[in-house]
Every structure is written in C-alpha cells, then in structure tokens.
Design a protein around this ligand. Sequence first.
Ligand code: G4P
Length: 286
Amino acid sequence: MNVQWYPGHMTKARRAMQEDMKLVDLLIELVDARAPLSSRNPDIDQLGKQKARLILLNKADLADAKGNERWTAWFQAQGFHVLQVNAREGTGLKAINSAVASACQEKLERDRRRGIQNRPVRAMVAGIPNVGKSTFINSFAGRAAAKTGNKPGVTRGNQWIRLNKSLELLDTPGILWPKFEDQTAGLRLALLGSVKDDILNTSELAAELVKALKKDYPQAIPARYGFEQPNDPYQTLEEVARVRKCMQKGGVYDTEKAAAMLLDDFRSGKLGRITLEMPGEKEGAE
Ligand code: G4P
C-alpha cells in the first residue's frame, strides 16, 4: 500500500468523505470479494448512514464463486444492494443501472412526489486502497475518468461524470483507511497485497496462506505445483522451492523466493479462485 495512514491522513480522509457525502444520494462501496469484511473501512457505515447503499464485490473473478454467492446473500440480508463485478474486465457492470435504481427508489419516488423530474442520481465510489476503485470508475465511465495513484484527503476538483441521463458519478473516489486493529483482517489484507505487513515477513505470510489453503482449498497447491501438500507450511514452501528451482548459493532452497512466488500466484489467481473468509465464521468481524 503506497498510502501511509497516520492519524492526520485518516482525519483528512474522513473529512473529505463527510463533505462528499453531502453531495450524493448513493454510496457505491467497493470491497474485495476475496475478503469482503476485512476489506471494508471500519467507519463506512457511519459515514454512509442515511444514504442509499450499493456494495460491489469486486475482483469477483479471483474469488470462489460459491463464496461470492454467500457474501451476496449475507450483504443483502443486512439490507444492502449488492453486485458481483470484475472491474478489470467490465463484467457485471451492466447490472449497475438497475441496482442503482432500486437502491435509490425512495429518493426517486420523493423527487416524483415533489414534481422533480429527471434529476440524476448522484453517486460516489469509496473503499480502502487497492479494491479497484479507479479501475471501476474507468471501466464504468468508459474512459480514463479516474486518476490512479490518488492520495487520501487531498483537495479535489469534485467533477461529475455524467454516465447517462439518470446517473452522475463523482470523478474521484473516497479513499478510506483499512482495518488496522483487527489482526485477522490485517493478515488477510496483507495476503491480498493491499497493505504492507510489518509484522510478518514474506515466508511467514506465505506460511499463513499455505495453512489457509490446506484447510479450505486442499487442491490448490497440488494442482498448481504438482506435489501433495505436507502438513508443515514451511515444508510446503521448501517443496515449492524445489519444484520451481528456487536455489540459493550452495544448493540450499530459497524459501523466501518461493514464498514470494506463491503469494504472487495467489494474488493473480493462478492458484484458482479463492475466498479467504466466509460469512459467519469469525465473531467480531461482522
Ligand atoms: P484503487 O483505486 O481502489 O486503489 O484500486 P485500483 O483501481 O488501482 O486497482 C488495484 C489493482 O486491482 C489493479 O491491479 C487493478 O487492475 C486490479 N483490479 C481492479 N479490479 C479488478 C477486478 O475486478 N479483477 C481483477 N482480477 N483485478 C482487478 P495492479 O496490479 O495494481 O495494476 P495493473 O496490473 O492492472 O496495471
């Protein structure tokens, strides 16, 4: 993560978000479908209260299809409108207009009662870094509308991108801080490559991934690397080093290199579609 979330930055991001929220009817919140709760900002429900809400389970292409269904149902049960999308490929974006219309039904009816016609819904996109906000705005708006590499809390132009006659999008997304206090969430975000983990080194992080795979996706490692996964995670890293020929000088396996390779393979989907957390499995995360 290239943004450093020291308290000053968080205060600025929160303030910018509060200002922007005054301008919009709808909050489009992006989360990473591989860890939808861990990748939510801890204060987003507070910041978005009294607004229509749409949650996009983004990177749905990298997440387990069953997991996507379970999370969709889970968020719907909390009263959110939810869609599974792949912002990179543009998959799932066609459904957004009708999801926006149903999320904003109350506002549209209120407008109609007051005789206001054809006032477009105004929406903003928000989420923690790396969930795909810029990619989403770019592909949804169909042109290079969002600047990538944006910083939190920077004064912005607040321009509206008119998507169609019934929807306008704020051009810059709300960049919010991730969950810092929840260690499990921190680990999952580090596995996704969304935050830099200062507590675990690459091998330790990869060992955590290996453990999670052994438990929930026992075929992932055998299918990719062609060996039966041993019980010991560090032995698994050695095996990856062996089959991928990661050697240090002197004929010793380079498990650090193998660990980095494994994490890369996971992040790019080469280990298959994997969801790191499922609804209801961890008390306190919801
Ligand atoms: P942000 O604004 O929320 O910080 O995220 P951003 O759009 O910069 O996206 C972060 C990374 O996630 C990018 O990859 C982007 O391509 C990727 N991404 C976004 N949406 C999806 C999706 O639905 N599916 C998949 N598979 N990837 C997605 P990157 O490696 O940082 O850049 P690049 O390789 O695209 O150049």
